[in-house]
Design a protein around this ligand. Structure first.
Ligand SMILES: [Fe+2]
Ligand SMILES: [Fe+2]
Length: 138
């Protein structure tokens, strides 16, 4: 009997406390889970669509956090943005290479995304989240 287990499952402990950020994290998790479910699918187009959709969601999300960091003058802005930029660039490169048939996307890549995602929430997003809340953002 199979209990449906998501590849990425966000729990209460992963919440930042700022609604827009938590909702976007959830959307990212949903997309990575869809990718995970299709990872062995021979239909390259589906995977490619999810990858580009994920890039889009990631971009909008990073912009949201960065805008909040700038408007509240968050002191850790530069290093946090650098983490975003590195991740985005890496995702963009892999997605483009996948689309051109130069790279495959497998479980290893998805595990890498998952690891980055949880580390980044725990070590970076929670820090700026606390700061946003202290600055009246919810
Ligand atoms: Fe972030
Ligand atoms: Fe985030």
């Amino acid at each position: 009997m199979g209990t449906a287990m998501n590849f990425i499952e966000l729990t209460k402990n992963d919440l930042i406390g700022v609604n827009s950020i938590d909702e976007q994290h959830q959307s990212m998790a949903v997309l990575v889970n869809k990718l995970y479910d299709k990872i062995i699918s021979p239909d390259k187009k589906i995977i490619q669509n999810y990858l580009y959709k994920l890039l889009e969601v990631v971009e909008v999300h990073f912009e949201n956090e960065e805008n909040l960091m700038r408007s509240t003058k968050f002191p850790g802005y530069i290093s946090h943005k650098l983490e975003h930029d590195r991740f985005y660039k890496q995702m963009l490169t892999s997605t483009d290479r996948y689309s051109k048939g130069l790279e495959t996307i497998g479980l290893e890549q998805l595990k890498g995304i998952k690891l980055w995602f949880f580390n980044h929430i725990e070590l970076s997003d929670k820090k700026c989240g606390k700061y946003f809340i202290a600055n009246g953002i919810s």
